[in-house]
Unconditional design. Structure first.
Length: 241
């Protein structure tokens, strides 16, 4: 009996592994059901996860406005409901607002029904606040499952080419600027974070990120780097938007 239980447990573990990590690896390698790059244009697409944050998101919006850059904010529904004025400002200033679950829960920890609820609840909050239906979805941690095509079928799932570790203050202070400089302008999608309240992140990391980003954007303006607007993440073809 004990051996049978161990066999069942082993089988279930394998199934779970294929459903979670296996699906993530397959989709990332093949691009099935997701977008990892803004193909067809020279430039870089900036995206920001986990906000909005009352302290850091206004500073980020000011910085983006100064350089006339439009980005995608992947917001958590809970933070969106806590800071509706920031969502309305994002929308008014031409940024796209995507779904990043209601709470910052990994898809690997959710049943398909729970995942649909997280996505739907966030989508409803975004539309209620901004009057605009979200188009993009990014699962927290970039973790995917075999159920993704079903639970997120109404949205375009966007991952990234570069995730730079900016949720840690030490990384921001020591390596972030060079990592940003190393991002090629070949349709790369970059992930940064305007909130540091999630487990594993440093609360003040977004402030350190912003100081680095300010320097990077000034350098990029001098070098003529193009930052792609949100529509180009999904719609650009070889001839441009």
């Amino acid at each position: 009996m004990e051996r049978k239980c161990w066999r069942i447990a082993a089988i279930l573990t394998v199934i779970y592994g294929f459903y979670t990590a296996g699906s993530t690896l397959f989709m990332r390698l093949t691009g099935t059901g997701i977008r990892k790059k803004a193909a067809g244009r020279r430039g870089i697409a900036l995206t920001f996860d986990d906000g909005p944050n009352a302290k850091f998101t206004p500073q980020l919006l000011d910085l983006l406005s100064h350089y006339r850059i439009k980005v995608v904010f992947f917001v958590t529904g809970r933070h969106a409901e806590q800071h509706p004025d920031l969502l309305r400002r994002m929308h008014a200033e031409g940024h796209a607002i995507g779904i990043h679950h209601y709470d910052h829960h990994s898809l690997w920890r959710l049943t398909p029904r729970q995942a649909r609820r997280e996505i739907r609840r966030t989508a409803v909050a975004i539309e209620r606040i901004t009057g605009s239906r979200p188009r993009f979805y990014r699962p927290p941690y970039g973790r995917l499952t075999a159920a993704l095509p079903v639970v997120a079928r109404s949205y375009e799932t966007i991952l990234w080419t570069h995730i730079l570790g900016d949720w840690k203050t030490a990384m921001c202070d020591s390596k972030l600027l060079q990592r940003l400089r190393d991002v090629p302008d070949d349709g790369s999608i970059v992930v940064l974070h305007d909130d540091g309240s999630n487990s594993g992140a440093d609360d003040e990391a977004p402030g350190h990120m912003l100081r680095v980003l300010r320097e990077y954007l000034q350098e990029s303006a001098e070098r003529g780097i193009v930052f792609l607007p949100p529509d180009c993440i999904a719609d650009c073809d070889e001839d441009g938007p």
